[in-house]
Design a protein around this ligand. Structure first.
Ligand code: ADP
Ligand code: MG
Length: 445
């Protein structure tokens, strides 16, 4: 194990920039653990979370590249520190292992999407208590329960909390959780492989609580809607609980059959609204406490004020600010928060601005934004420029012409050529693909 880890580290060292490596890989120690797994000791929970979110894939790749094996990777928080710094939190290793969905259908629940970790305020209290009641008494109160609301307001967190709470309270109950997207894929795959009867048996005959997140994915998909209609009826008639989330009130979701829409309203429809200022501050305080980070109250207030419309953005901003403080080893001040979040600008539709994309790409390659806009054709500039074009296309939804404008007045055919080129480069050069992923991670998409 020691050798495997050392080789992987050597590989990672060549792939990561030195600051990243020193900050996130060097502090990791190999520890004793179960056979066939790599147990890595880290300083604290925040660290574990960060490494898991940002470097786990790279670590796995490095192990595969150097040792040609797949190892389970566990993080363990170094003992002394865990005890003194985080008295209220269980370490990540003590989280219950995520439940494997039986027979490969459905999805796993995210371990921390529980009622305990959900902060309640006026904007979500109705949805929250409806979910709690459903979880206490499945199929005996509101059936179906339909939760709707905008992006990043806690719908997925709530519907998964129902799953956790049911499993906790009624260990024998069979729950099935999936996003609408997964549902559509499963139905279509089963159809192609002539296995619809297996799928139906699982959904209709072996499920006590069905949780479907983002049902709007079924919009315009007649066949999956049809399947869902029959599943819904059978479960409903057998007094099984159904919970769904959607991005709009059922009747407003386009391209849905009326018979389904009306059924969605048979039980209870509740909404989650954008969080109030006080709730935003509470969420930030709780998150900081959970991760054992001291965040000054003025920083909390600043972030809460700066990101009013989505809890996801709010959490993302706090992550970035705390990461900057950690990486640069500077105190977490209002000034730092303002500087770090200055760059996070999304337009009204929640899309990234081209400015942010350009600045992040330029920073990553240690260039100036003006280099990207310049006429220089050296590869050290043209590759970053192509990457910028690719990211602008992917994340801002800008037209080829608009991208050409942003990149120093280039024509749309030039942009198209750049996009074609970068797709090829990505397929051939893992480093280019990695750079793109790193930049996306920095932008927070
Ligand atoms: P949605 O499904 O509505 O788009 P999510 O449930 O994915 O939103 O929430 C986005 C993020 O915000 C998640 O990390 C979630 O844990 C967090 N979050 C949302 N609402 C709350 C809340 N009331 N308390 C704590 N965390 C929340
Ligand atoms: Mg969601």
């Amino acid at each position: 194990m020691t050798e495997t880890w050392q080789q992987a580290l050597d590989a990672l060292k060549t792939r990561l920039d030195p600051v990243q490596f020193e900050t996130w890989l060097s502090p990791i120690r190999l520890a004793e653990g179960p056979e066939g797994t790599l147990t890595l000791e880290v300083p604290d929970e925040f660290f574990a979370r960060w490494v898991r979110d940002n470097y786990l894939d790279m670590i796995k790749d490095a192990i595969w590249d150097t040792a040609r094996c797949h190892l389970g990777i566990h993080f363990r928080v170094r003992q002394a520190q865990a005890a003194s710094d985080h008295p209220t939190e269980k370490g990540p290793t003590s989280e219950p292992p995520p439940r494997e969905p039986a027979d490969g259908l459905g999805e796993r629940l995210v371990p921390w999407f529980t009622f305990e970790n959900f902060v309640v305020g006026p904007s979500n209290e109705v949805a929250h208590s409806a979910c709690e009641m459903v979880a206490e008494n499945p199929a005996r109160t509101y059936n179906p329960l339909f939760i709707y609301g905008g992006v990043g307001l806690g719908k997925t967190h709530l519907i998964q909390s129902v799953g956790h709470a049911v499993l906790h309270r009624f260990p024998g109950m069979r729950i099935l959780y999936m996003s609408g997207e997964t549902y559509v894929n499963e139905v279509m795959t089963a159809y192609k492989n002539d296995r619809l009867d297996v799928l139906r048996h699982r959904y209709r005959g072996q499920c006590d609580v069905l949780l479907v997140d983002d049902i709007q994915y079924l919009s315009g998909r007649d066949f999956p809607q049809d399947e869902f209609f029959h599943t819904f009826n059978e479960l409903y008639n057998a007094q099984k609980q159904i919970v769904m989330t959607g991005d709009q009130f059922p009747s407003a979701i386009p391209k849905f059959s009326d018979r389904l829409r009306s059924r969605f309203g048979w039980g209870l429809i509740v909404d989650v609204a954008p969080p109030e200022p006080e709730l935003r501050m509470d969420i930030l305080r709780r998150k900081a406490a959970r991760e054992g980070i001291d965040v000054p109250e003025e920083v909390i207030a600043y972030l809460a004020n700066r990101f009013p419309s989505s809890v996801r953005d709010l959490e993302g901003a706090l992550n970035r600010v705390t990461a900057h403080a950690l990486i640069r080893k500077v105190p977490l001040t209002l000034d730092l928060a303002a500087r770090v979040t200055e760059r996070i600008v999304t337009d009204r539709r929640g899309r990234l601005t081209s400015d942010l994309v350009l600045r992040t790409v330029a920073d990553y390659f240690q260039l100036h934004v003006s280099d990207l806009k310049s006429a220089r054709r050296h590869r050290g500039v043209s590759l970053p420029r192509q990457i910028a074009a690719y990211l602008l296309r992917k994340h801002t939804g800008a037209s080829l012409q608009a991208i050409g404008q942003v990149l120093g007045g280039r024509s749309h055919t030039t942009v198209l050529a750049a996009l074609t080129r970068i797709e090829k480069v990505m397929a051939l050069e893992p480093t280019a693909e990695r750079a793109i992923k790193d930049i996306e991670r920095q932008i927070g998409v």
